[in-house]
Design a protein around this ligand. Sequence first.
Ligand code: ZN
Length: 195
Amino acid sequence: MILGHYAAAYIARPHARTAPFWLLLLCSNLAEFLWLALALIGVESPEPSSLLDATFENLKVHMTYSHNLVPNLALGLLVYGLVLLKLRSQKLALWCALLTVSHVWLDFIVGFEHQVLGADSASIGLNSYARFPHVAVLIEWLFSMACLVYYFRAEGRSGNLVSRKKKVALFIAFSVGILLWLPNATIPMKDLLPF
Ligand SMILES: [Zn+2]
């Protein structure tokens, strides 16, 4: 899952109103930023190494530290402790930790296969990017739409009505940002770019 992770932050928003929104967005995608950092230093390098040659279907990567179940639970615990220390709110700390942990569970549904702890341990996830990449992208889109609808309704119930303009903008941003990846599911980026 790529952009869909950010949609998860909108589920947390009505319950974690005093947290800075950037923090919720960051937690929802923290595992990905960790992977990017580890890939850059050669620890979790993807194959093929150039993303221009990659498709969802052919990309192979062992995300041991960033996306395996046990390290991600540890990351959630770390986030919980740091947010509690800084914002002094049990509720906000729990929501931030939940978003951090939700990342790999969402990737288990829409993404690559991951393991419990290390490449030789039990695999978790549907491996949907390799098995049914187009459907995987559509699941991500549906999930994001559901998150937004939940957010609009929860905000409406608590008297913080979301404007029609903002609703349309969010629906469009997430739809375009997710569905745009559909061709890349099986066609390398270098064949899709016009130059
Ligand atoms: Zn991820």
